[in-house]
Design a protein around this ligand. Structure first.
Ligand code: MRU
Length: 359
């Protein structure tokens, strides 16, 4: 991939940049040791960057794919102006196949496809870029709204545990769970964050801790296996996580280890919050049982930070997401508000924008 250095401060608010008709992605594989950008000139490179996790996090994947469609449309029109829709098909398929679990990817691609179906026969480039930019900006706005709704739930000041990275790097800005944490810290409702390191890819250690340290929010990284002991030690008000896909019944797919965190939280009387935009809710998925769970290479588990640590000749099981049953979730927070003790009826009402009395 094409690595470049840009003349801007590499930070979470610049994880995805559109500049001079090219998409730049802050390379999350090498943070925080290295702050480099990958240049994506076309949709194929964009899809490959999503698969390789140059960019990751459900909303960020969707935003990146939308920019990828803008690149695909521009190239298709340049190659076959009278037939650009057909010329885009392979690029759209590559973007759709880039990762399986985060529904935000498919949500964004469907939204771009809907726009494509409405466009005339001229050059689609400007309209596609405008839509991608709108998806990007709307996600940031949604996170700011979620931050306010989620912070209001927290009786503080208290400490919280979070898992994976759900900040600006994973979204259009501010973050989902990390957005709630940012807003709640600013409001004096959170005074300490414990970040699970999030094996095997270390999103918590490498990315969440990096974002929080830059914002001067007190953060301690701990091994994933330490979370239950930390809850038992007391002082944890909430566990706050994001999601890659929420099923119609409220089951939540998120980074591997989230389910165990939720079980431990319920055991210890710690409240469990999921912060995710409505673009993460998949009403077509009846329950978590049907959510496709990505499995990645064994090397990720058998090694650490690129170094092989396991013995030669052993295999590994590496599902990178799990499903937390809705019964273990105390609150789902979206840009529209809060769903307490989520179930199918409340989620349907929330998505129809008619909050029920049970919320
Ligand atoms: O494999 P990743 O790093 O893309 O997984 C990301 C997560 O699981 C996040 O918790 C989720 O996407 C919510 S991010 C706002």
């Amino acid at each position: 991939m094409n690595k470049v250095t840009l003349d801007i401060r590499a930070d979470a608010d610049h994880a995805m940049l559109w500049r001079d008709d090219v998409l730049y992605l802050l390379d999350q594989r090498v943070l925080p040791a290295e702050e480099a950008y990958i240049r994506c000139d076309d949709a194929r490179h964009t899809a490959a960057a999503i698969t390789a996790m140059v960019v990751r996090g459900a909303p960020a994947i969707g935003i990146t794919a939308a920019y990828g469609v803008a690149l695909a449309g521009r190239d298709a029109f340049a190659r076959r102006p009278s037939d650009w829709r057909a010329a885009m098909v392979d690029d759209l398929a590559a973007l759709r196949a880039s990762r399986p679990t985060a529904v935000n990817l498919f949500w964004a691609l469907d939204r771009m496809a809907e726009l494509i179906s409405r466009l005339g026969e001229g050059d689609p480039s400007a309209a596609l870029l405008t839509e991608a930019r709108a998806i990007h900006a709307e996600d940031r706005a949604a996170n700011l709204a979620m931050g306010a709704y989620g912070a209001a739930l927290i009786d503080g000041p208290t400490a919280v545990i979070t898992h994976c990275n759900t900040g600006g790097l994973a979204t259009g800005g501010h973050g989902t769970a990390l957005g709630v944490i940012r807003s709640a810290y600013a409001a004096g409702r959170i005074d300490q964050v414990f970040a699970d390191e999030t094996r095997p890819w270390l999103q918590g250690n490498r990315l969440t801790a990096w974002e929080l340290a830059r914002d001067r929010i007190p953060v301690k990284v701990m091994a994933d296996g330490a979370a239950a002991a930390r809850m038992a030690a007391g002082g944890i008000g909430w566990a706050i996580v994001g999601s890659d896909r929420i099923a119609a019944n409220g089951d939540v797919a998120n980074k591997i280890g989230t389910y165990g965190l939720a079980v431990a939280a319920r055991h210890h009387g710690v409240k469990f919050m999921v912060a995710a935009p409505t673009s993460t809710i998949d009403l077509a998925m009846a329950s978590g049982a049907g959510i496709p769970i990505e499995e990645r290479a064994a090397d990720e588990v058998l090694g650490c930070a690129g170094q092989r640590v396991g013995p030669a000749g052993v295999g590994a099981w590496n599902p990178v997401f799990d499903v937390t049953p809705a019964q273990l979730v105390d609150a789902i927070v979206t840009e529209r508000g809060v769903i307490l003790s989520p179930n199918a009826e409340k989620i349907a009402a929330h998505m129809a924008d008619q909050p029920s009395g049970g919320l």
